[in-house]
Design a protein around this ligand. Structure first.
Ligand code: PBG
Length: 337
């Protein structure tokens, strides 16, 4: 009696209702986090050509979008800023009048229940496009033992700590450091606590890979590296054990939530982090994952909605509690329908 013909798994696939009863995973609106790109100005909605359906928004337009997202039941937004000026240390990142603090303040006032997450990184703000302070002869932090152009770890921590306090004071509920700088979580926790911001949480991009799937984002955030690439700080896509070690370090440093990024090509990492760590886990379905589907759908080669929902289901099945996705708004509508 242990197999066919007695056992027939197809019995439970016979009708839609049966399939619905035995379905193990479904992405939920509660899991979705919507990224927003904010720039200075008023009434602006500048379409991002590499990410159809997304635009850089001025603060007033971002507030409207945040209201629409909250209306759909989406619990959180992830803010990225396009600054008015860029310099070697990314000063606008820790300017209280900077673009993300302005947006966080305005969104928090208009939609207080919406969770505001600030992507904490330097690459959008630096003139060289790297995620921290770069080793340069003549500059304040120059280290002759390191190569010119090397990303200086510890001076970068100071910037991240200061900017995190500014973003949190403006209204960010969660700081999400995304630079893969050693010690970033501990440093940000200390800076927040010293400023009395004990309730501001940290969602660490704990295992972030040096991925070519970020291509369209760099267009959206105007943040491509001016020279070289990010493989000196982001992780090698080949490494699974190292990802678990990175996650363990961030847990020790006081992260409240973890993240794996990208998502679909890294489901094994998501699954293993879920098994080994009890903290809430986010997965970032990145720009390339979105734009590839958009492009193929425009050609009529695949069904966007089905592929997007299948991907979101797979990411949830792998073990993600939260999913950062450019389909957040569409998915919220699809899942409601
Ligand atoms: C860094 C950051 C990046 C993304 C999120 N945060 C770019 C990078 O690491 O180069 C990529 C997100 C995406 O591709 O959707 N601020």
């Amino acid at each position: 009696m242990s197999g066919y013909p007695t056992i027939r798994p197809r019995r439970l696939r016979r009708t839609a209702a049966l399939r619905r009863m035995v379905r193990e995973t479904a992405p939920r609106v509660d899991q979705l986090i919507a990224p927003l790109f904010i720039r200075h100005g008023r009434g602006l909605q500048r379409p991002i050509s590499s990410m159809p359906g997304h635009a850089q928004l001025s603060v007033d337009m971002a507030v409207r979008e945040a209201e629409a997202l909250a209306e759909l039941g989406i619990p959180a937004v992830l803010l990225f800023g396009i600054p008015a000026y860029k310099d070697s240390i990314g000063s606008e990142n820790f300017d209280p009048e900077g673009i993300v603090p302005q947006a966080a303040y305005a969104i928090k006032r208009a939609v207080p229940e919406l969770v505001i997450i600030s992507d904490m990184c330097c690459c959008e703000y630096t003139d060289h496009g790297h995620c921290g302070i770069i080793n340069m002869p003549g500059s304040q932090h120059y280290d002759e033992h390191l190569a010119e152009g090397y990303l200086l770890n510890d001076p970068t921590l100071e910037v991240l700590g200061n900017a995190s306090v500014v973003h949190a004071q403006a209204g960010a509920d969660i700081i999400a450091p995304s630079g893969m700088i050693d010690g970033m979580v501990a440093r940000i926790r200390t800076a927040l606590d010293l400023a009395g911001l004990h309730q501001t949480a940290i969602m660490s991009y704990a295992a972030k890979f040096a991925s070519s799937f970020y291509g369209p984002f760099r267009d959206a955030a105007e943040s491509p590296p001016g020279f070289g690439d990010r493989s000196g700080y982001q992780m090698d896509p080949a490494n699974r054990r190292e990802a678990l070690r990175e996650v363990a370090l961030d847990v020790d440093e006081g992260a409240d939530m973890l993240m794996v990024k990208p998502a679909l090509a890294y489901l094994d990492i998501i699954s293993q982090v879920r098994e080994q760590f009890p903290l809430p886990l986010a997965a970032y379905q990145v720009s390339g994952e979105y734009s590839m589907v958009k492009a193929a759908a425009e050609k009529g080669w695949i069904d966007e909605r089905r592929v997007a929902l299948e991907s979101l289901t797979a990411i949830a099945r792998a073990g993600a509690d939260m999913i950062i996705t450019y389909w957040a708004k569409d998915a919220a509508k699809w899942l409601r329908a």
